[in-house]
Design a protein around this ligand. Structure first.
Ligand SMILES: NC(=O)c1ccc[n+]([C@@H]2O[C@H](COP(=O)([O-])OP(=O)(O)OC[C@H]3O[C@@H](n4cnc5c(N)ncnc54)[C@H](O)[C@@H]3O)[C@@H](O)[C@H]2O)c1
Length: 263
């Protein structure tokens, strides 16, 4: 490894599994000190131990915990250079718009929008003082293409893209760049969804232009590494689709999911 993040401090939410774990592993291998922010204590501790990082149990739907996460990085290492808002946990059911409850929408926005917003707001003053910062928000093709059944997810992720672009515009003169990644990766979350509906498995692989979904460590994390590194200094407000070209024609990841009106 080339030490592209030597001396940097990175906070990665949801780093106990999937894409977040891949990002945390690569960042650590590239020299960063990584705060593994994760709601699942066992998974978070395991990743932190493996990479020599610091585990902090964080529920990103809790503002105090999110602010505490940023404070812990700064208290421990004196800085926060890179913030990766990656965590997402299931908040609802696969229902159509007319069956969504207020609570489901509120949970979606708390998880997918407010969590990242609180983290960015808390981290920015430290990045501003340093004259350097990198924010990477995980968004989704689900929102861009308005896939069926997941209104709370689609809406929160698109709101997060708007937050990404607004912060990018406002912070452009400060040395802090803000970008989003819309990934396509075979992670535990997707495998669980596939188990519920095997039709999805065939659809996602065959519909992908490269014929497969990505790997968190080798396909998605290198994109995050670029956005976290010095090399991205003139890149802000973008969404990078790290999905094997899936966004080009729009992958039919869930052609006709059944409605689940309960909940
Ligand atoms: N996998 C994909 O193809 C894909 C596609 C589009 C977008 N994304 C986005 O990428 C990100 C990572 O997805 P993934 O597939 O790796 O998911 P994952 O379920 O494999 O990992 C998510 C991690 O977040 C943690 N988490 C859940 N709720 C949390 C909370 N409230 N606070 C803190 N941590 C919490 C989980 O415990 C888990 O370790 C998500 O934001 C997801 O929406 C993924």
């Amino acid at each position: 490894m080339s030490g592209r993040l030597e001396g940097r401090v990175a906070v990665v939410t949801g780093a106990g599994d999937g894409i977040g774990a891949g990002v945390a592993r690569l960042f650590a291998a590239e020299g960063a000190r990584v705060l593994v922010a994760e709601i699942d204590e066992e998974k978070g501790r395991a990743v932190a131990e493996e990479i020599g990082g610091l585990f902090v149990r964080v529920d990103v739907t809790d503002r105090e915990q999110v602010e505490g996460m940023v404070a812990t990085a700064v208290d421990t290492w004196g800085r926060i250079d890179v913030l990766v808002n990656n965590a997402w946990g299931s908040v609802g059911h696969l229902g159509r718009v007319e069956h969504k409850s207020d609570e489901t929408l509120e949970r979606g926005f708390t998880m997918g929008y407010f969590g990242p917003f609180w983290a960015m707001r808390a981290a920015f003053p430290h990045m501003l003082a340093a004259g350097w910062g990198r924010v990477i928000n995980m968004v989704s093709l689900n929102g861009v293409n308005a896939h069926i059944g997941s209104l709370e997810y689609n809406s929160a992720k698109e709101a997060l893209r708007t937050l990404t672009r607004t912060a990018a515009r406002e912070w452009a003169p400060t040395g802090v760049v803000v970008n989003a990644i819309a990934p396509g990766a075979k992670t535990a979350a997707l495998n669980r969804r596939i188990a519920q509906n095997p039709d999805i498995a065939a659809a996602v692989d065959s519909a992908n232009p490269m014929g497969r979904l990505g790997d968190p460590l080798t396909d998605i994390a290198p994109v995050a590494l670029f956005l976290a590194s010095e090399d991205s200094r003139y890149v802000t407000g973008n969404t990078i689709f790290a999905d094997g070209g899936g966004h080009i024609n729009g992958v039919a990841w869930a052609p006709e999911l059944p409605d689940e009106p309960a909940g």
